[in-house]
Design a protein around this ligand. Structure first.
Ligand SMILES: [Zn+2]
Length: 285
């Protein structure tokens, strides 16, 4: 078993699950909703080799398609959904959130996607499984147990500056009547502040996007002129400001870059890596 390095000072941590040789992460807070399927994949349990070893979920980073399909098949069997039901994002660091319907079933896995530039998705269709992809950027999960709706968004630093978390919540409100105080959310495995050095131009964007009272919680300057940036806290602030209850936000407690054997990290691998996947779906009735 790969040793996992948990981050200090965040709570509650995710839990590790394992079935049929596949290891994934999940949130205890979501287990109170029996109609919700969710997972965050790890590197363990797939068939890909080399830099993609072994559970790579990207068809576009140079891995063999047959291996990637087998990885999806194994992960779906272990977690308990059908790979034919997956709908994938087309992540380009936008704050675009797409409402996904029955017509989207299988898009990105069973057939090419008929859309581009989609970093977030929402749906209320039972039997669909939303999927977004990671190797340091921040996954955001949203579950509305009242209106039986979900959202899943990719929030790198650009998406965080653009507030894709807030955009996702607003789109769920528009389409499904979601009230923020009833939403349960989770921030997924991604790069921690200790690992995330950025230059001043990035910090200027965060200073523009976030009120001054938050700056000390978000970043600090080092002697080399660079900064360490906290994307977990930035996304937590976005959720709190949008009206999510603090007790309804689960934190990851696990950093991709601190755990390069267990999770894919763009920084730790200098770009030689596969993709992890976040999955969120509503069970068939
Ligand atoms: Zn780290």
């Amino acid at each position: 078993m790969t040793e996992i390095k948990w981050s200090e000072g965040t709570r509650p941590h995710m839990q590790v699950k394992e079935k049929k040789g596949v290891t994934w992460l999940s949130y205890p807070a979501f287990e109170q909703f029996p109609d919700i399927i969710h997972a965050f994949s790890t590197r363990l349990g797939g068939v890909s080799r080399g830099i993609y070893s072994s559970m790579n979920l990207s068809f576009t980073r140079g891995d063999e398609d047959t291996a990637v399909y087998e990885n999806y098949r194994r992960l779906a069997v272990a977690v308990g959904f059908e790979m034919e039901d997956i709908v994938t994002s087309d992540q380009t660091h936008t704050a675009n959130v797409r409402m996904v319907t029955e017509n989207d079933r299988g898009n990105g896995i069973m057939r090419p996607r008929p859309y581009t530039d989609v970093d977030g998705m929402i749906t209320n269709v039972p039997g669909l499984v939303l999927a977004t992809f990671y190797a340091d950027c921040v996954p955001l999960y949203f579950v509305d147990p009242v209106h039986h709706a979900i959202g899943l968004s990719h929030s790198g630093w650009r998406g965080t500056v653009a507030g894709i978390g807030k955009v996702t919540i607003e789109k769920m409100r528009e389409e499904y009547g979601t009230r923020p105080e009833e939403l349960y959310t989770a921030i997924g495995p991604s790069i921690c502040q200790d690992c995330y050095e950025v230059s001043e131009d990035v910090i200027l964007e965060f200073q523009h996007a976030f009120a001054r009272k938050y700056w000390d919680d978000l970043f600090y300057k080092k002697e080399n002129g660079k900064y360490q940036l906290n994307l977990w806290e930035a996304n937590r602030i976005i959720m709190l400001e949008a009206g999510i209850k603090e007790a309804h936000i689960s934190m990851p407690g696990i950093c991709t870059c601190c755990n390069p054997e267990f999770l894919f990290s763009h920084r730790a691998s200098h770009g030689k890596r596969g993709n992890l996947g976040a999955f969120l779906g509503i069970c068939r009735k």
